[in-house]
Design a protein around this ligand. Structure first.
Ligand code: PHE
Length: 345
């Protein structure tokens, strides 16, 4: 017993004095003291020779001894780790992994461009909810229930009308935002309304169940059709360049009178004729007109005093003409090969 205790003590001293600076030296320590044939195991093996009445006390001494040996190993390993960090095992001159920068969605790029052109003309941006009541989307826009022109825009209804409640729907155009602006602001009003709109259409290269619009509204005294034409002409020249040609065709919208659609010379084939312009050299890009007196009256704006113009266009169509994107579905498929092409624009 005495002999064994003395042996443990001397081994502990030895352990305390051990210095190990390399991985090999630390490993040698581990093998010598904690390996399967190491000193700790050997001393533990002596347990069987210890008299029964001393087993408990001796067991505790042995455990403490084992812990001392193990803790020393941890200390040595930790010192080794620190040393690695200090020594230049990492080459800090190597180039890092490049951070990949995201790209803007093409529709956002074009929407931002459209907004900035109209901002320069003094238009403010107005936004509104995508889920609308019947009044703001249709009624206020001079489309009372049963108006046949409601069929022009196949509507997703969220809730059918009941005796006491209006129908709720996904807005079919951002004219609903114009309604909200007229409801809360007095003329002069000069806003554009960018936003997503929904129509119940079968998805194909040319149609989608949602798309994006920028609509505009200008109400003041003495606003004329000439102002409308000049504003839109300025817009397309800024968007597509000075060479772009425009033409207006009479059209019909319930909320404008007179109404016109505007075509521009095809930006894909420069007017020579291609699939996009259906070989006519012209592409329709927007609807417009002078705000219908009924719409003004709906918001308490005196049509004898004020006149206004409104227009609405699809961001997808403008993007198609600018970047020759010929399938509407590409915009919402999240294919990085498509999206990353718009990095530098
Ligand atoms: N709201 C129409 C549409 O979505 C566009 C439009 C706006 C037409 C304003 C005329 C005036 O088709």
């Amino acid at each position: 017993m005495e002999q064994l205790l003395a042996q443990i003590e001397s081994i502990q001293k030895e352990i305390a004095a051990t210095v190990a600076k390399t991985t090999a030296e630390v490993e040698a320590y581990r093998i010598k003291y904690l390996g399967t044939k190491g000193l700790v195991k050997q001393i533990m093996g002596e347990m069987k020779n210890v008299p029964v009445e001393q087993k408990k006390e001796f067991g505790q001494i042995l455990n403490a001894f084992k812990i001392v040996a193990e803790e020393k190993l941890e200390v040595l390993l930790a010192a080794l780790g620190e040393q690695d960090e200090n020594n230049a095992t990492i080459d800090t001159t190597l180039p890092g992994d490049p951070i990949s920068v995201g790209t803007r969605h093409p529709l956002n790029l074009v929407r931002n461009q459209m907004v900035s052109i109209f901002k320069r003309l003094g238009f403010a941006v107005a936004e509104g909810p995508e889920v609308e009541d019947d009044w703001h989307n249709f009624g206020a826009m001079n489309l009372p229930a049963d108006h046949p022109a409601r069929d022009m825009q196949d509507t997703f209804y969220v809730q059918e009308a009941t005796e006491n409640n209006s129908a709720w729907l996904l807005r079919t155009h951002t004219s609903s935002v114009q309604a909200r602006v007229m409801e809360t602001q007095k003329p002069p009003i000069r806003v554009i309304c960018p936003g997503r709109v929904y129509r119940n259409e079968t998805i194909s290269a040319r149609a989608h169940c949602f798309f994006h619009q920028v609509e505009g509204l200008y109400i003041d005294e003495n606003v004329s059709f000439a102002d409308l034409k000049q504003t839109l002409y300025f817009f397309v020249q800024e968007m597509f360049g000075k060479e772009v040609k425009v033409r207006f065709r009479p059209s019909y919208f319930p909320f404008t009178e007179p109404s016109a659609e505007m075509d521009i010379s095809c930006q894909i084939c420069a007017g020579k004729g291609c699939n996009i312009c259906k070989h006519t050299g012209w592409v329709e890009i927007l609807g417009s007109g002078m705000v219908h007196p009924n719409v003004l009256k709906n918001f308490g704006i005196d049509p004898e005093k004020y006149t206004g113009f409104a227009f609405g266009m699809g961001v997808e169509r403008i993007t198609q003409l600018k970047y020759q994107v010929n399938d509407l579905r590409l915009y919402s498929q999240n294919d990085l090969r498509f999206l990353q092409q718009f990095k530098s624009v």
